[in-house]
Write a protein that binds this ligand. Structure first.
Ligand SMILES: Nc1ncnc2c1ncn2[C@@H]1O[C@H](COP(=O)(O)OP(=O)(O)OP(=O)(O)O)[C@@H](O)[C@H]1O
Ligand SMILES: [Mg+2]
Length: 337
């Protein structure tokens, strides 16, 4: 068994999660505790008692096929970011109830019963409700960026370059260069921009998997990569995830594109004129390539779908002035010619 360079306290399980929660004085009388699946970088236990909570522990080894380690103290970043985002949009981020820093554990409100993660909803079949959700999500994220824009106090509180490097720039962008998928000439300016821009508090992991949706209702979770950085990253990350899905669901490509447009419009309403279309497309294309050839590939893509995503992303990265329309499923593009 390999050992991590980061010390890891004992791994959370349903029993120890119940113990932590009752030690914190949160009433778990007659509570049931069970492991939730879905995360690759954490253990998450759901507890149903007098109050529904989840207990999340950050892992040092990420559950992906290749070696990928990350400092579990990123859990404290998540606590700070969830508090901050909750203060800006209280209806769209769970309240953190407590944390145990030396075990890298957070206790937070649990989403209402019946809510699902947005990725599962989109993969089942995206529809008009998802266009509305895209717009709502754009407004939420735009309002975080606008509320934290160039705030020097937050700039020092969220100066978390290491986690962003370990969890994004290295496994995504630099891995593409190491594997010879995209040249360093093309990616270096994008890496530089993401590493050095200091605009606002960026969520850093804005994928549909980290958006929980009800009917109605929306929460954004999983803020452990939050940092004071480039606003375009959050916008491009979500657009890239929607675009990649359009290769898996070609019949729904037009709906996914409409979701992305609505997301950009919602974002622009809340945080106007701060990210450019060209930047969104270039960064989204790099993230799309990484979703195929990086350390955390999209699990649902078949081989031919993955090849199309990668060639589309490379085409967009190579274009002098790439357009938003270039990112979407090639079959659909042929139809529109
Ligand atoms: N507050 C919550 N309420 C309900 N479910 C939650 C909550 N937090 C987490 N979950 C569930 O646990 C899963 C994993 O949580 P989270 O995304 O925070 O962890 P992670 O391991 O960092 O994930 P990732 O795979 O994105 O790295 C979520 O996809 C969701 O299904
Ligand atoms: Mg997650």
């Amino acid at each position: 068994m390999s050992t991590s360079v980061f010390g890891q306290p004992s791994r959370l399980d349903p029993e120890s999660a119940r113990g932590i929660v009752s030690a914190l004085g949160i009433d778990v009388d007659a509570a049931r505790a069970r492991l939730l699946t879905g995360g690759v970088s954490s253990v998450v236990v759901a507890i149903d008692g007098a109050r529904a909570v989840v207990v999340k522990q950050a892992l040092a080894h990420l559950d992906v096929a290749t070696v990928w380690e990350a400092d579990p103290s990123r859990s404290q970043t998540e606590v700070a970011a969830l508090h901050l985002f909750h203060s800006i949009t209280p209806n769209h981020v769970p309240d953190v109830l407590a944390s145990v820093p030396d075990r890298h554990v957070i206790v937070m409100e649990r989403a209402p019963r019946g809510w699902r993660d947005w990725r599962a909803v989109l993969l089942a079949r995206p529809g008009p409700a998802d266009v509305d959700r895209g717009r709502a999500l754009g407004r939420i994220v735009g309002s975080w960026h606008a509320a934290t824009w160039k705030d020097d106090r937050l700039r020092s509180a969220f100066d978390r370059e290491t986690a962003f490097d370990q969890l994004r720039l290295d496994p995504f962008h630099r891995e593409l260069i190491r594997r010879g998928v995209v040249s360093a000439d093309v990616l270096a300016p994008l890496i530089d921009q993401l590493a050095h821009t200091r605009e606002c508090v960026v969520h850093g992991d804005l994928s549909p998997k980290n958006v929980l949706v009800g009917d109605p209702g929306m929460w954004v979770i999983d803020a452990e990569v939050a940092h004071f950085g480039a606003a375009v990253f959050d916008v491009a990350f979500l657009v890239a995830h929607l675009a990649v899905k359009s290769f898996h669901l070609p019949d729904s490509s037009h709906v996914l594109r409409a979701v992305a447009h609505a997301f950009r419009e919602g974002y622009e309403e809340a945080n106007p004129q701060r990210v450019t279309a060209g930047d969104i497309v270039r960064h989204a294309a790099a993230i799309m390539a990484a979703r195929v050839h990086g350390k955390s590939p999209a699990a649902y893509l078949g081989a031919s779908e993955a090849a199309l995503v990668a060639s589309t992303a490379r085409e967009a990265l190579g274009a002098p002035d790439p357009e938003f329309e270039m990112l979407w499923n090639a079959t659909d593009r042929r139809d529109r010619r």
